[in-house]
Design a protein around this ligand. Structure first.
Ligand code: SF4
Length: 469
C-alpha cells in the first residue's frame, strides 16, 4: 500500500510521518508540501490532505494537526493506537511534568486520554510509572553539578539480526581492542579534568557500562577498564554500578569475579527468548541452556541484582513461545525484567532479510523468515506484565522506539529496591550523562532545562582516528 499526505505545514513533516507510519508500519508513506503537488508521483492507495489554521503556540498547533490526522486515519483503518498521537520515545515525561507541577494522577490520566488519545490502560501505566520514578529519584542528586557515567563497549560475540546498535563482532576487532580501551581511558581522563575545573562533583552518581556486550572483553581488559574508571573518577558517591553483561555466550567465572571485585552491583543476563529455534534464527549463537548456566554463574559470583531482557514479536513467536520464555525466566527468579517490543528498523539485517524473503521466494537460504509473523500485541504485553508481577515486580520505567511492532512500548519491571536508576535518569533527562566510547552520546542537562548533546562517531575506526588526532 502507498500512502501520500499533502500538508501546508512542512515544519511538522516528521510528526506527520511518524503518526502515519504508526497506522501503516509496513507501507510506503510519503509526505508532500501542498505547493509541491507537481513533484509527487501518482498511484497512491490513500491520499490525505492535512493542515491547520495558524496557532500562535507551536505545541497547540502540533497537537491539533496530529489529533485531526489521528481521527481520520483511525476512521479509515478502524483501529486505535495504544499510545494515540504520541510518537516520542518518552511518554512518561508528560505525567512526570504534570505531577511535578501539582496535577493529580486523575488529571494526568485525563490529559493523556483526552488530548493525546492514549488508551486508558496505557495512560494509567504511564502515570503509575511516573509516580514511581518520582519516588525513586527523590533522594538522587540531580541538577547541573551531578552526573552519571556511561561507557560504551561496541563489541559482541556475534551480531544479532535485529541489531541497530553500534556494535561489531569482537573477533573482527581482537587486535585493536586494547587500542580502543586506551582511547576510552584517555577520553575519560581529559573529560574528568574539565569536570573538576568546572567545579562540579568529581564523581558520578551512577555508572553504566553498556554496549554492545561489555563482557565480550577479556577478564584482563575488563580489569583494566574498571580499574581505570575507579582511578580517574571518585566512585565513593556511586549508588549503582551496572555492567550490561548481556549475552550469555560471553559469561566466564573470571570475568564475573573481576566485576565483583570492582564494585559492580547490577548486571544483565539477556536471553531475549527462551526458544532455541528463535535464537538460531536471530543469530544469537547461544542456547537457552547457556542462559540458564550464565544466570546461575552470576548468582554464584554473588550478584544480587540481576536483570533479564526479553523481546516480544521476534520472528514466528506468539503466545505459546512467550509462555515458554516466561516460564523459563520465572524459574530463574531475576530481580528485574525488561520487556521489549521488537523494533524493526530499516538498517537492521532482519528488515533486509524479511524484505528479501517477501520478494525472492525462490531463494532457499533467505527463505528462513518466509511466512513467519513479527507480531506483538497488547495481550502479549499483558502476559509478560502478569508474569513480572507474579515475580513480585512492579513497572518502573518505560520508553518507546520508532517502528515497534504493535506500536507498543518497552517496560522495565523490578522487584522494589532493585530498579535501575540510570535507566530512569537517561529517559527522563534529569541528570547529565557523561558518555565515553564509539557512538556514545553525552547529554548535558542544565538547571534551566536546556539539554545539549555531543555524540562520538559511531564507527569504531572513525572514533579511534578522531580521538587520537
Ligand atoms: S547483543 Fe545487543 S548490541 Fe550485541 S549484536 Fe545483539 S542486539 Fe546488538
Amino acid at each position: 500500500m502507498r500512502v501520500g499526505i499533502l500538508t501546508d505545514r512542512p515544519d511538522f513533516f516528521y510528526d506527520i510521518h511518524s503518526l502515519v507510519k504508526s497506522f501503516f508500519p509496513d507501507d510506503d508513506v510519503s509526505i508532500f508540501q501542498e505547493d509541491e503537488t507537481a513533484k509527487r508521483e501518482a498511484g497512491y492507495n490513500l491520499e490525505l490532505k492535512v493542515g491547520i489554521p495558524d496557532y500562535t503556540d507551536r505545541k497547540a498547533a502540533k497537537d491539533a494537526l496530529k489529533q485531526e490526522l489521528y481521527r481520520t486515519l483511525s476512521d479509515y483503518t478502524g483501529t486505535e493506537l495504544p499510545w494515540g498521537i504520541l510518537s516520542g520515545i518518552r511518554p512518561t515525561r508528560i505525567p512526570m511534568q504534570m505531577l511535578g507541577a501539582g496535577a493529580s494522577e486523575e488529571e494526568a490520566v485525563r490529559y493523556l486520554t483526552e488530548n493525546d488519545y492514549v488508551s486508558l490502560p496505557k495512560a494509567q501505566l504511564a502515570v503509575r510509572i511516573a509516580k514511581r520514578e518520582r519516588r525513586l529519584l527523590a533522594d538522587v542528586p540531580l541538577g547541573e553539578a551531578a552526573y552519571s557515567l556511561y561507557v560504551h563497549i561496541p563489541f559482541c560475540p556475534s551480531i544479532c539480526l535485529y541489531c541497530t546498535f553500534s556494535s561489531s563482532p569482537v573477533s573482527a576487532w581482537k587486535k585493536r581492542i586494547d587500542e580502543y580501551l586506551d582511547t576510552v581511558i584517555r577520553e575519560m581522563q581529559r573529560r574528568h579534568e574539565q569536570i573538576v575545573m568546572s567545579g562540579r562533583r568529581s564523581g558520578p552518581v551512577t555508572v553504566y557500562i553498556g554496549g554492545g556486550t561489555p563482557t565480550s572483553l577479556s577478564a584482563g581488559q575488563l580489569d583494566r577498564l574498571l580499574g581505570s574508571i575507579s582511578r580517574i573518577f571518585d566512585l565513593s558517591g556511586v549508588i549503582e554500578y551496572t555492567v550490561e553483561a548481556g549475552r550469555p555466550d560471553s559469561f566466564e567465572k573470571e570475568k564475573l569475579a573481576v566485576l565483583k571485585q570492582h564494585g559492580v552491583t547490577r548486571i544483565s543476563v539477556n536471553p531475549q527468548t527462551m526458544n532455541d529455534r528463535t535464537l538460531e534464527l536471530i543469530g544469537r549463537r547461544h542456547t537457552t541452556e547457556d542462559t540458564v548456566r550464565a544466570f546461575h554463574m552470576a548468582r554464584e559470583a554473588g550478584f544480587e541484582n540481576i536483570n533479564m531482557d526479553i523481546i516480544l514479536g521476534l520472528p514466528g513467536e506468539g503466545e505459546a513461545e512467550l509462555q515458554n520464555t516466561l516460564e523459563g525466566i520465572s524459574q530463574l527468579e531475576p530481580d528485574s525484567l525488561t520487556v521489549h517490543s521488537l523494533a524493526v528498523k530499516r538498517a537492521s539485517r532482519l528488515t533486509r532479510q524479511i524484505l528479501e524473503d517477501r520478494e525472492k521466494d525462490e531463494c532457499a537460504d533467505r527463505g528462513a523468515f518466509r511466512g513467519l509473523s513479527l507480531d506483538n500485541s497488547a495481550d502479549l504485553m499483558d502476559m509478560a506484565a502478569g508474569s513480572a508481577e507474579r515475580l513480585g515486580m512492579v513497572p518502573y520505567y518505560l520508553y518507546r522506539q520508532k517502528n515497534m511492532r504493535g506500536n507498543l512500548e518497552n517496560t522495565g519491571f523490578s522487584v522494589p529496591g532493585k530498579e535501575c536508576l540510570y535507566n530512569i535518569l537517561i529517559m527522563e533527562e534529569v541528570q547529565t550523562i557523561e558518555a565515553f566510547g564509539a557512538g556514545a552520546s553525552t547529554k548535558t542537562v542544565y538547571d534551566d532545562g536546556r539539554i545539549e548533546r555531543t555524540i562520538s562517531p559511531k564507527d569504531v575506526k572513525t572514533y579511534l582516528e578522531r580521538m587520537n588526532q
